[in-house]
Design a protein around this ligand. Structure first.
Ligand SMILES: [Mg+2]
Length: 221
């Protein structure tokens, strides 16, 4: 089947977010005076706050501040102190960004198919476009759609509908590929899109789904 639009997720799909965040969290924790490995604690805090953002309970900025207060254990930190501390984490995270080796070939194949190609990501455009530039994935013709600009995040149906509207395509003409089953597979399917699960980490099957282990295996391009 030829799709009129192919939409990729960014973090964990094209960019190794976890690897970069792990490197950044390790250095940041050390700078904050923590001893030992605090990366799993940081990821657990991130998961919880980011889920609250995806539910629409807190804003993107609030989840950053919440994570900073919880991680440092300093619950009385002012917003600006949180922003400054989180800014340091972000710069360490930026330095560690890398694209998965199959990301650029997959984007090029998608573009070569003649489809509209976009990246739909739960973050702010400023960070995500810098990520694309830094990793060489800012290919002409690839459109960046960030939840921060759309005003609604995956997996809320309105997020996909807004993306489809901006790309001027119908759900039936569109396929989404991503590593999050909830955000990149179940959510898109709920609005009528086709979706393919990129299961890079070999997670146990969800709902009987067999994911792809790499973008090179994506059969529809
Ligand atoms: Mg992802």
């Amino acid at each position: 089947m030829d799709y009129k639009a192919i939409i990729f997720d960014l973090d964990g799909t094209l960019i190794d977010h976890t690897g970069a965040a792990r490197v950044a969290a390790r250095t940041w924790a050390r700078e904050l005076g923590f001893h030992g490995d605090h990366t799993s604690r940081w990821f657990e805090i991130e998961r919880r706050w980011f889920a609250a953002y995806e539910r629409g309970t807190v804003s993107h900025l609030e989840q950053r501040r919440g994570r900073t207060r919880e991680f440092t254990g300093e619950h009385t930190l002012t917003d600006s102190a949180c922003d400054e501390l989180f800014g340091r984490f972000l710069s360490l995270y930026r330095e560690a960004w890398t694209a998965f080796p199959d990301a650029e070939p997959a984007l090029r194949r998608a573009l070569g198919s003649g489809a509209r190609v976009a990246i739909l990501t739960n973050s702010v455009a400023e960070v995500q476009s810098a990520k694309l530039q830094r990793t060489g994935l800012d290919l002409p013709g690839v459109r960046l759609l960030a939840s921060g600009d759309l005003g609604v995040a995956k997996p809320r149906p309105e997020c996909y509908r807004k993306a489809l509207e901006l790309l001027d395509v119908t759900p039936g003409e569109t396929v989404m590929i991503g590593d999050s089953f909830a955000n990149d597979v179940a959510g898109p399917r709920r609005v009528g899109m086709t979706a393919v699960w990129l299961n890079r980490d070999g997670l146990a099957a969800i709902d009987g789904e067999n994911g792809l282990s790499s973008l090179a295996g994506f059969p529809h391009l």
